[in-house]
Design a protein. Structure first.
Length: 282
């Protein structure tokens, strides 16, 4: 089964594969993606020097064939894919469930032809497909020891090892580094929390004292970075509390380990991290 779902800014959805009167018959741009690589040539040296590289925006064209009730179907498409407006495109097959967001650039189609087709063009400035369901990991002082394939010796194997360092293991099975959303929950007073990538030593630190029952959410996701405090049902932007040497931590492709330290109140802090794998195509 394949699902192709359009969702407008109001959260209304239209599945272009499950509707009885129309079907999505072609998707262009689902697999193709390009990069812009800037280089400088040197007159006296062979080859060139790479200065920068980035992945371009992704255009997606959906071709929808209308089988019956032509006017109603066209109206449904215009309702769920509004020109200039934000749209969320969800794609589901037996391997992946992903989504991508963009703006509707164009809708084209001739209402007077016998076999009516409409082409919806969506420009996606964030070119990766995001996993539909996020993965949340909680910081723990137990290091997982079970790995598959599993082989158990006669003397047995440890399921885990307890350490003095609270950490999480992030397994990014996607095709690009991804940002995370950290949630810090204070059970008592916590002073100056710091999140650390254990491999690289990079960290994100706050010069801030958390109060009991206060929650801080930190997003390191590209184009959606923030640091907010939620306390007594009030949300406050505290991005100004970031230590100036902080870096926006990412989960690299593969396995990453993160930990946290505080100046005071370590036992009063609970930390979790939410992330979504990102894919180049379906």
């Amino acid at each position: 089964m394949y699902n192709v779902i359009l969702e407008n800014e109001n959260g209304e959805q239209l599945d272009l594969m499950q509707h009885k009167d129309m079907k999505c018959v072609h998707i262009e741009g689902m697999s193709s993606i390009t990069a812009t690589i800037n280089e400088t040539e040197n007159a006296s040296i062979d080859g060139s020097t790479i200065n920068s590289e980035r992945i371009d925006s992704r255009p997606i064209n959906l071709t929808v064939r209308i089988l019956d009730n032509f006017g109603d179907c066209r109206a449904l498409i215009y309702k769920h894919a509004v020109i200039k407006k934000k749209v969320k495109l969800t794609l589901v097959n037996n391997i992946r469930s992903v989504y991508i967001e963009g703006k509707v650039k164009n809708i084209d189609g001739d209402p007077f032809t016998q076999n009516q087709q409409m082409v919806i063009t969506i420009l996606c400035p964030e070119p990766y497909f995001n996993e539909l369901m996020g993965i949340e990991e909680e910081f723990s002082n137990i290091i997982k020891m079970l790995h598959f394939p599993l082989a158990i010796e006669a003397k047995g194997i440890p399921f885990g090892v307890i350490t003095d360092i609270k950490q999480i293991e992030i397994v990014n099975i996607g095709e690009a580094d991804t940002g995370l959303e950290f949630t810090l929950r204070a059970l008592g007073e916590v002073e100056n929390p710091r999140l650390v990538n254990m491999k690289t030593g990079k960290y994100l630190a706050l010069e801030y004292t958390m109060q009991p029952n206060e929650v801080i959410k930190i997003s390191t996701i590209d184009k959606n970075k923030y640091v907010i405090s939620i306390y007594h049902d009030q949300t406050t932007n505290i991005i100004g509390s970031l230590d100036l040497s902080s870096e926006w931590l990412k989960a690299n492709v593969g396995v990453s380990h993160f930990t946290y330290v505080v100046d005071r109140g370590s036992n009063y802090l609970e930390v979790s991290a939410l992330f979504k794998n990102k894919y180049i195509g379906m």
